[in-house]
Write a protein of this length. Structure first.
Length: 168
């Protein structure tokens, strides 16, 4: 749900009853962990390869910052947003891998700073499972789902790293 839709719903609800603490927290959460979506899918037929690669690299950098903050201090009620952003990060990794299949040198040259950094910062954050379960209202199954998504992130980065280190 986009931020604008959330605000509209909250305004409609607030005209008929008092806004709950959870609804207020959702607005605060959206402000604190703002990730401006840049349009999502890439159109390789309209935009040049270089522009698409830069767009993906920018998305990876921005999501890394947001996810690092969320791993370090899981926001109360932010579990769904956290998982959505984690999956969006993985999709951006897959987009970059796709561009590597089109032109490995061009794609990895543009992503050099990201790949040289050794991967996303959030993969280095020590996960406080109890805090995540408490703040996100997660059970063991939800926590397991997070680890599955994180495992995918590791696999995508390993694939990127292998490609990067194979460059002449």
């Amino acid at each position: 749900m986009t931020f604008a839709i959330l605000i509209t719903i909250l305004c409609l609800i607030s005209t008929t009853r008092r806004v709950s603490a959870d609804e207020e927290a959702a607005v605060t959460l959206a402000d604190k962990y703002r990730y401006e979506h840049d349009g999502g899918r890439l159109d390789i037929n309209i935009v040049s390869l270089e522009e698409n690669i830069e767009k993906v690299c920018d998305r990876l950098r921005r999501l890394d910052t947001v996810l690092t903050n969320m791993y370090e201090d899981p926001p109360v009620g932010g579990g769904e947003e956290f998982m959505r952003l984690s999956r969006t990060y993985n999709q951006a990794c897959l987009d970059l891998l796709y561009f590597c299949s089109m032109d490995k040198h061009k794609a990895l040259k543009a992503a050099e700073k990201i790949v040289d950094h050794g991967g996303p910062k959030f993969m280095d954050v020590e996960i406080n499972e109890e805090k995540m379960k408490e703040n996100f209202k997660w059970d063991e199954e939800a926590l397991h789902g997070m680890y599955v998504v994180l495992k995918n992130t590791h696999e995508h980065w390993y694939d990127l790293w292998k490609l990067y280190t194979s460059l002449p």
